[in-house]
Design a protein around this ligand. Structure first.
Ligand SMILES: [Zn+2]
Length: 93
């Protein structure tokens, strides 16, 4: 199964002004890197920014989970259908 379609780009929002443009200072993967909001100038560490956006991130994770479950059941249904192909006694809808 192609899992790349579950990838999401989650826009971090500024907790002060809800802006989504930040400039980062320091190593991009470092939690202590400073993020500065382009709209209001508030600066915080990347870790703080992620913490502020945890609800948003969680919503995305849940949505991805739902989609994965849906895709999985579609695949399962197809597999079952194939397995029972030719059998008249079992109908899978
Ligand atoms: Zn801001």
């Amino acid at each position: 199964m192609d899992s790349s379609k579950y990838n999401r780009v989650i826009a971090m929002q500024c907790p002060t002004c809800a802006g989504t443009h930040f400039s980062f200072e320091g190593p991009s993967e470092d939690d202590s890197a400073m993020a500065t909001c382009a709209s209001c100038g508030r600066s915080m560490t990347r870790a703080e920014l992620r913490e502020e956006n945890s609800e948003n991130i969680e919503a995305h994770v849940k949505e991805i989970g739902r989609q994965a479950a849906q895709d999985l059941s579609d695949e399962l249904r197809k597999t079952l259908k194939d397995a029972f192909k030719g059998s008249k006694s079992i109908t899978i809808k």
